[in-house]
Write a protein that binds this ligand. Structure first.
Ligand code: GDP
Ligand code: MG
Length: 198
């Protein structure tokens, strides 16, 4: 299931008609990947850190306006990788077939910023054509912020990715990240599909 129907527009076994995209959350441990997914899909936040064991999966249907102004319902299948991400082969399997990635760092921990390039490279190795969005997370912790905006902008230019400063705690820009991912991957799928849908 994890690797099928990534950009399939036709009706499938779950009865959903429309575009479905597999989106992966990447980044170092405890940067807030699970929290961002939970904020986005359930609108909750938990202060307590529970390490994600295995991968978790969430799904959300959203209406996205395409480049021609048509509203389309898009299903995001959002995958959040847990602690096994240190195993290269598992990481590759996890990324395989992803339409896009959200790569996350924690603005209070520079080492998580330093690891961004590694995540980006390994994603591009597996999914060279899939877009990436950068999330500079935990911006609510302004007193403890160690990574200012400028290095984030450099990453954005380097990755040619959009950059959002997010807080899973307050919800700041969390919807923007996922809405933008959906828009970008939809545009890409539409521009690639030779025959029109339905
Ligand atoms: N203050 C603050 N804490 C956060 C934020 N996002 C996550 N956390 C906390 O950081 C810890 C790790 O979050 P988690 O989502 O489990 O990280 P993951 O390992 O990347 O999935 C948890 O204690 C969360 O409550 C945020 O935006 N602001
Ligand atoms: Mg997690």
């Amino acid at each position: 299931m994890a690797q099928s129907n990534d950009t399939t527009a036709a009706a499938s076994d779950d009865g959903f008609e429309g575009y479905k995209f597999r989106i992966v959350l990447l980044g170092e441990a405890a940067v807030g990947k699970t929290s961002l997914v939970r904020r986005y899909t359930e609108n909750v936040f938990d202060e307590e850190y529970k390490q994600t064991i295995g991968t978790t999966f969430a799904t959300k249907d959203i209406d996205v306006t395409d480049g021609e102004g048509n509203v389309r319902t898009v299903r995001l299948n959002i995958w959040d990788m847990g602690g096994q991400s240190t195993y290269r082969e598992l990481r590759r399997q996890f990324m395989k077939g992803a339409s896009g990635a959200v790569i996350v760092y924690d603005v209070t921990r520079p080492e998580t910023f330093m690891a961004m390039n590694n995540w980006f490279e390994s994603f591009k190795e597996v999914c060279p054509d899939s877009p990436v969005i950068i999330s500079a997370n935990k911006v609510d912790l302004s007193e403890n912020r160690m990574v200012p905006q400028e290095p984030g902008m450099m990453l954005r230019d380097w990755f040619q990715a959009e950059y959002f400063e997010t807080s899973a705690k307050t919800g700041d820009k969390v919807n923007n990240v996922f809405t933008r991912v959906a828009e970008v991957v939809l545009e890409k799928a539409l521009s690639e599909s030779k025959s029109p849908l339905m």
